[in-house]
Ligand binder design. Structure first.
Ligand SMILES: Nc1nc2c(c(=O)[nH]1)N[C@H]1C(S)=C(S)[C@@H](COP(=O)(O)OP(=O)(O)OC[C@H]3O[C@@H](n4cnc5c(=O)[nH]c(N)nc54)[C@H](O)[C@@H]3O)O[C@H]1N2
Ligand SMILES: Nc1nc2c(c(=O)[nH]1)N[C@H]1C(S)=C(S)[C@@H](COP(=O)(O)OP(=O)(O)OC[C@H]3O[C@@H](n4cnc5c(=O)[nH]c(N)nc54)[C@H](O)[C@@H]3O)O[C@H]1N2
Ligand SMILES: [Mo]
Length: 784
């Protein structure tokens, strides 16, 4: 294949027998990270595109990094380069000059593309033209934009709104999200699943009824000035690298950091700050003061034990540990909570967590002594059957010491996709509040449906049952992102029409509906200036509720790309007809018009257009943080009591968690080097504790088939290599999305319905060729 300049590009593929295993690293970032950032950019896009985009990242009037949702400072000055290795890789991936042109699609049949790996597909570059394939055809072929929209309209008009579902991936900016939900609701459905359903849904589900808001309650400054920060179920060295700078800053200010994780992740141990010369060259700074190597799924037990310890210490020295005044005036349910925590079965806590009582008591001492504590968490906590209960237990710990609405304290769910939080704020939700619907209806003169819609798992199940006729995907790659891969793919293929608004080819395009359309869009770094009023910008909300602008400046790789708001407006016009109450065209022409509508519909965005043009944008209101106010049913911070739960694998099984490597963005692969964990050259691995490996009777590097069990059913994934690794006992780890085939569709978190991506019960089966090539799979021990 070729890039835009006609240079020949060879696409690499993955062969798991190229696997190399080294000693895991003891620190994250440093000089190597800077080197890798530039190397990847140069490989994909050439020198000037890389340097230009890196320099503008996260700057005033620049582009918001498409990597993660970690915030930048809105008080002090920003560093000249506010980026990290993985942000740079995300940029390089989007800025590539490689192109998947109509000739590329003509050269590869669908059956050939189905056999390719996701890594291979992604490397083919940016999609340049709208493409379509109909039932019986073997190849995608180019179509005009108008034919694409007419085809979508025909399919939508031929069915009922409840048989259409509209998925959103979290890179979608605020304005686009707002238009998209307005389109779905104008049509008559709340079927608005999003990646949040698979991600932090458990956080919102736990936080809304207990603190009255589904988001975090801290600012970056709080984190840097906290006395004690817990980092639970999170791998910031890879997934939120700039967070390491804030944790290091917190420690320099005298704070302590406690990491809770089944894996000794490099970024949790030490950090070499790539923004400073000393950080680049020296050994790096320590990140965690304490590391609790917990068993997967054991966190609720840990938090219950910590609650018990706090109450015991308070009883021994009244008035020293808990915040009695706050509890009395601002919370409800404390008496029940205190009663439930009075007794603790330490033996069960040790079984559930895999930790020693003394270790937990030591952390209890730190927590009791801290006057300002923050709990940060991510997917290690949200993707368990009992995730919602675990997060409510975190809220209990915060409430008991009054850790809301004071400096250095609060809840910090660390969000994933760069705008996943904003998408929800701007209306993407299958369970909208009545208040939101009333505001939308009043602004636009439409009648939104009241019935709740499908989330991502429900959409998958309805597709597989043949109950969905139209599936539209605004970004994302649900075929691989969702659980139960074979079931998910069968669902997509059963659907009448699948539409993907995408930047690059992915698996969802090749396991498509009977008719399938790919609509290629401008990415975040691309210039968006084909408007009567000239160049436009969009906005995003980060993990700490800051709304700011993002403006791309690079020359798009093709003249045929449309901006996402334009695509949605034209789709809505085609489907809803020219007389529809909403003026879609006005919004697509001038994004200020969208923001004006938002400012009247979305609370906290009043005067949007003026405020977002201020230097670093504006912060959305957050009652628990701003005023110690809790908009819950009782108007108080709500203590909750939930029965203890943890993962108890059936005989002969281990608990499997799935995670990201250092060289991927969700279902997109940048390369095959999980550098900090020392795994490179292949991804089909199972990390297993040496003693569990010995007990299992298999050899290190042996090739096995993996079988998962759920509710009496088994799912399989073949050809994984076992790799001896210092994970917690009884808990193995594999990469997402390779292991998604093992996640049964009904394995979900209660209440939030988030897939149990970190709670899979597995066993291994011997293969006839299991020991073949075992010696060739090399093992190098490199000093750290
Ligand atoms: N470079 C890069 N950045 C990203 C992404 C990416 O793919 N690449 N993805 C983005 C997205 S969408 C998201 S949501 C975030 C995800 O950010 P993370 O939540 O950091 O992502 P995971 O790789 O799933 O890592 C989960 C961590 O939880 C630990 N863990 C697993 N089970 C348990 C448990 O039961 N208890 C505890 N205490 N820990 C557990 C794992 O060992 C691992 O360290 O990152 C975002 N940023
Ligand atoms: N086993 C397991 N499964 C998981 C997880 C896990 O931890 N374990 N994590 C879950 C989580 S947290 C998440 S968030 C989901 C992620 O699920 P998704 O958000 O659905 O997946 P992504 O891989 O982020 O989507 C990548 C695709 O987005 C498109 N894209 C990229 N940039 C743009 C853009 O600017 N505009 C548009 N329109 N398209 C763009 C590209 O075509 C690319 O192929 O996966 C979930 N799945
Ligand atoms: Mo996510």
């Amino acid at each position: 294949m070729a890039d835009v300049r006609g240079h020949v590009v060879e696409l690499q593929d993955i062969n798991e027998d190229d696997l190399v295993v080294k000693e895991p690293k003891g620190s994250a970032a440093g000089l190597k990270a800077v080197g890798v950032s530039f190397e990847r950019g140069l490989k994909q896009g050439g020198v000037s595109r890389t340097v230009r985009s890196m320099y503008r990242i996260n700057q005033h009037q620049g582009v918001d990094c498409p990597g993660c949702a970690w915030p930048e400072s809105i008080t002090g000055d920003r560093k000249p380069i506010e980026f990290c290795e993985n942000g740079a890789k995300a940029l390089a991936e989007e800025n590539t000059t490689r192109v998947a042109t109509p000739e590329w699609w003509a050269a590869h049949s669908i059956s050939e593309l189905r056999d390719k790996t996701e890594y291979w597909l992604g490397q083919s570059g940016r999609i340049t033209h709208p493409m379509m394939i109909r039932e019986g055809e073997t190849h995608y072929r180019p179509v005009s934009w108008s034919e694409a929209f007419t085809t979508i309209a025909e399919h939508v008009q031929a069915t009922t709104p409840d048989r259409c579902t509209f998925y959103t991936s979290g890179r979608t900016p605020n304005e686009t999200a707002f238009m998209y939900q307005l389109f779905a609701r104008s049509l008559g459905t709340n079927n608005l699943p999003d990646c949040s359903n698979m991600c932090h849904e458990s956080s919102g589900t736990a936080l809304n009824p207990t603190i009255g808001i589904g988001k975090g309650t801290v600012s970056l400054e709080d984190l840097e000035h906290s006395e004690l920060v817990f980092v639970v179920g999170q791998n910031p060295g890879t997934n939120h690298p700039r967070m390491l700078g804030s944790l290091a800053e917190c420690r320099r200010n005298g704070g302590k950091v406690v990491a809770v994780n089944p894996l000794p992740e490099a970024g949790l141990l030490r950090f070499k700050d790539p923004q400073t010369p000393k950080g680049l060259l020296a050994d790096g700074e320590r990140i965690s003061d304490e590391f609790l190597q917990i068993k997967v799924g054991g966190d609720q037990a840990l938090f219950q034990a910590l609650g018990h310890l706090l109450l015991q210490k308070e009883a021994a020295a009244p008035g020293t540990v808990i915040d009695q005044e706050f509890i009395e005036s601002e919370t409800a349910g404390f008496a029940e909570y205190a009663a439930a925590r009075e007794h603790l079965d330490w033996a069960e806590i040790e079984t559930a967590t895999g930790l020693q009582r003394a270790e937990i008591e030591h952390i209890g001492d730190l927590l009791a002594a801290s006057k300002a504590t923050i709990f940060c968490w991510a997917l290690g906590i949200t993707q368990q059957p009992h995730s919602v209960d675990t997060i409510k237990e975190i809220v209990n710990l915060l409430l008991v010491q009054g850790n809301f609405g004071k400096p250095g304290a609060g809840a910090c769910p660390v969000r994933g996709h760069s705008n996943v939080q904003g998408d929800r704020t701007f209306g993407i939700w299958e369970k909208p509040t009545e208040d939101l619907l009333q505001r939308i209806d009043a602004e636009f003169g439409i009648t939104s449906p009241r019935e709740h819609g499908y989330d991502s798992t429900e959409s998958m199940i309805e597709m597989a049952k043949g109950e969905i006729d139209v599936f539209v995907s605004l970004g994302g790659n649900l075929a691989l992102a969702n659980s139960d891969t074979a079931y998910m793919e069968a669902g997509l293929q059963r659907t009448g029409l699948t539409v993907h608004i995408s930047t690059k080819p992915n698996r969802s395009h090749v396991v498509h509906g009977k008719t399938s359309i790919i609509l290629p869009t401008l990415g975040r770094t691309d210039r968006d200036d084909k408007h009567p009023g000239g160049s436009q910008f969009l906005t995003v909300e980060n993990s700490m509720s800051v709304v700011s602008s993002t403006r791309g400046r690079l020359e798009p790789v093709s003249d045929h790309l449309l901006a996402e708001p334009v695509i949605i407006a034209r789709m809505a016009e085609a489907v809803l007809g020219p007389d529809h109450a909403v003026d879609w065209k006005a919004m697509a022409e001038d994004y200020d018009v969208i923001r004006d509508h938002c400012s009247r519909v979305i609370p906290g965005t009043e005067d949007f257009n003026r405020r977002v043009r201020e230097k670093y944008g504006f912060v959305l209101p957050n009652p628990p943080r701003d005023r110690r106010q809790f908009a819950t049913q009782q108007g108080k911070g709500q203590f909750t009591v939930r029965a203890l739960e943890y993962l108890d694998p059936p005989e002969g099984h281990l608990v499997l968690q799935t995670m990201r490597s250092h060289d991927q963005y969700n279902t997109t692969f940048y390369g095959l080097d999980d550098r900090y964990r020392g795994i490179s050259g292949g991804r089909r691995v199972i990390l297993i504790h040496p003693e569990d490996l010995a007990a299992s009777g298999f050899a290190d590097r042996e090739l096995v088939d993996v079988v998962s069990s759920f509710a009496g059913e088994e799912l399989r994934a073949d050809r994984f290599r076992l790799v001896s690794y210092p994970t917690a006992r009884g808990c193995v780890a594999a990469y997402y999305p390779e292991a998604n085939a093992l996640v049964h569709r009904d394995l979900v978190a209660r209440e939030s319905n988030t897939p149990g991506f970190k709670a899979i019960m597995v066993r291994f089966e011997r293969r006839a060729d299991g020991m073949e090539n075992r010696e060739e799979v090399s093992s190098l021990i490199e000093s750290v």
